[in-house]
Design a protein around this ligand. Structure first.
Ligand code: NAD
Ligand code: MG
Length: 394
């Protein structure tokens, strides 16, 4: 096989939960026989990054942490794998000629490199929902103008993408996002008030990175996903529903004007959505768990509680207000999440801080360009830090 027959790919955030699953899928689908890995990026986990780069035969390995450059360089000396570090290193990774880029950096840190890959026309497999929540329509437009495809990786959005036929879009009535409800699904607000990050990160069904695990417990993850759905599928806020489904088997649903509802089901394993994004529109053969319906016996659904989980109400507010509310909510949540993990604020404070920042930015107009997105993001972070300072001092 010549190189031109290979699929050239890059994984931004390869050392994370989604990144590792992506490399597993790549290996299952033929590894070096079929794929050239242009670049892999990580942050502090140099050992894992080097191991991945060697195993996949990557051309470039990048650490986002500038201070770890020499360590990465010496660890890969003599392998022929190029190395780089810091924001410019991430840009170098994104700029390499991969046709397909997995955007799996966590948080807004993923926005700049993902945009670079989008502008040069790569297909973007999007796990990093934060960059879509923050940059919204502008992000979707940037991918379209670059000429690449935007393929969702988030399990709910992959499910919708799979159930939504292009020629039936005119008949789309609603999108139903399923939510596991997280570890505190049945807890009272009083009980949630005192939990630590250690308790909040233990997800009942999925094994994921820290931020999304905490976001599942607070349902901020679902809040981000509501906004993500709006931009990916171009639907109105009232067309987006959330239903709690504790087993995480129905990954999401599309309702049509004839009353039909199409759902995508599967085991809670991100590799199915990743494989779909990698081989779209084909379906790959994957070694993942098959559903045994007799063993499952039942699937449960219940209405979400916006009082115990105010993040859902905030997402709906952001959707109806428009403007820069998505960027405000996203940035405030990221800052509040870090403060919660550091033990500076309580679990319930995260939503309060996001709401405070959203109120302060209620008049900020929708961004016309990326500079406005970054300015809004920076302001929201500042406002969130102020709100946290007041609380931590209280
Ligand atoms: P993770 O924490 O496991 O991995 C994050 C990756 O980003 C790592 O490679 C890390 O080195 C890198 N990173 C961290 N901080 C960085 C920085 N400042 N600059 C550059 N790189 C940095 O996270 P994850 O669970 O794999 O999630 C990644 C993204 O995918 C998130 O946006 C998340 O919401 C989304 N997602 C994850 C899952 C899941 O099952 N894990 C499901 C759906 C969507
Ligand atoms: Mg999801």
């Amino acid at each position: 096989m010549t190189t031109s027959e290979h699929h050239h790919i890059t994984i931004l955030g390869s050392t994370g939960s989604i990144g590792c699953s992506t490399l597993d899928v790549v290996a299952q689908l033929g590894g070096r026989e079929r794929f050239v890995v242009e670049a892999l990026t990580g942050n502090g986990n140099i050992g894992l990054l080097c191991e991945q780069a060697r195993a996949a035969g990557a051309r470039l390995a990048v650490t986002a942490d500038e201070g770890r450059y020499l360590e990465l360089k010496s660890a890969l000396a003599g392998t022929g794998i190029a190395v780089a570090a810091g924001p410019s290193g991430l840009q170098e990774a994104a700029a390499r000629a991969a046709d397909w880029v997995m955007a799996a950096i966590v948080g807004t840190a993923g926005l700049a490199p993902t945009l670079t890959a989008a502008r040069r026309g790569a297909d973007i497999a999007l796990a990093n929902k934060e960059c879509l929540v923050s940059a919204g329509a502008l992000f979707v437009r940037t991918v379209a103008e670059g000429g690449g495809r935007l393929i969702p990786v988030d399990s709910e959005h992959s499910a919708i993408f799979q159930a939504l036929e292009d020629d039936q879009r005119h008949a789309l009535e609603r999108i139903v996002l399923t939510a596991s409800g997280g570890p505190f699904r049945t807890w009272s607000r009083e009980a949630m008030a005192g939990v630590t990050a250690e308790i909040a990160r233990a997800h009942p069904n999925w094994s994921m990175g820290l931020k999304i695990s905490i976001g599942s417990a607070s349902m901020f993850n679902k809040a981000l996903e509501m906004i993500e759905a709006k931009h990916l599928f171009d639907v109105a806020p009232e067309q987006i529903e959330v239903i709690v489904h504790p087993q995480s088997i129905v990954h999401s649903m599309v309702g049509y004007t004839d009353g039909s509802v199409l759902a995508q089901l599967g085991a809670p394993d991100m590799r199915t959505a990743i494989g779909y994004a990698l081989t779209y529109p084909a379906r790959p053969a994957l070694d993942v768990e098959r559903l045994d319906f007799a063993k499952l016996a039942r699937l449960d659904f219940e209405a979400p509680d916006e009082v115990r989980f105010p993040a859902l109400r905030l997402a709906r507010t952001a959707l109806t207000r428009g403007g820069l509310q998505g960027a405000a909510m996203n940035a405030a949540e990221e800052v509040a999440f870090e403060a919660f993990v550091a033990g500076r604020i309580g679990f319930l404070d995260m939503a309060d801080i996001a709401e405070t920042v959203m109120e302060r930015m209620i008049d900020w107009p929708a961004a016309e360009d990326m500079d406005a997105v970054f300015a809004g993001d920076a302001a929201a972070r500042r406002f969130a830090a102020e709100a946290i300072g007041t609380r931590a001092a209280a």
